[in-house]
Ligand binder design. Structure first.
Ligand SMILES: [Zn+2]
Length: 173
């Protein structure tokens, strides 16, 4: 497979929270909205599109019929997520959910219920333990997905700590 030209840059805290949410709802699917900014420039060069996820808005999986392999997002969920995003000066850039004991690949159900443009993050949870995390964007023809590379962005606190460590090492010389 050719390397994807699309990159989803996830804040480390948000990535950890998606994994924790998947473990928490196991053996059922978890789901939630991802809040951030589309087309972030100046972070990574040479790629078509970088989208950044900096916060999450966890949702309750309302599927009573088949919560182990399905989730649904209602129009009310979408409005709530958009409101939460606006309050933080962000946009809803995608949706995440877990695949309990299944690979992190979109199912037919996922494709039929996805909207183009958004990023869809899937985390596989095997025996209650979060494993692979992938991201996908539905093509405009709605027939196929394009994979998106997932990269983890260090937190501000972590960057500060790294800077402090580097400064301390320099000072010690
Ligand atoms: Zn799915």
């Amino acid at each position: 497979m050719a390397e994807s030209k699309k990159i989803l840059l996830i804040n480390k805290d948000a990535e950890a929270k998606i994994r924790a949410h998947g473990a928490e709802t196991y053996p059922h699917e978890c789901c939630g909205a991802m809040l951030g900014k589309d087309d972030v420039t100046g972070v990574v060069v040479g790629v078509e599109s970088v989208r950044e996820v900096s916060a999450l808005f966890p949702l309750i999986n309302r599927r009573d019929d088949s919560p182990r392999n399905r989730f649904s997002v209602t129009s009310e969920d979408v409005m709530d997520a958009e409101k939460a995003a606006r309050e933080q000066g962000l946009d809803v850039v995608g949706w995440y959910h877990s695949h309990p004991d299944h690979p992190a690949r979109p199912s037919d159900f996922d494709r039929e219920h996805a909207w183009p443009w958004y990023s869809y993050v899937i985390v596989s949870v095997a025996q209650g333990k979060p494993e692979d995390m992938t991201s996908w964007r539905l093509n405009d023809d709605r027939a196929s997905y394009e994979p998106e590379s997932v990269r983890i962005h260090p937190t501000d606190a972590e960057l500060d700590r790294l800077r402090t460590e580097i400064d301390a090492k320099r000072a010690a010389k």
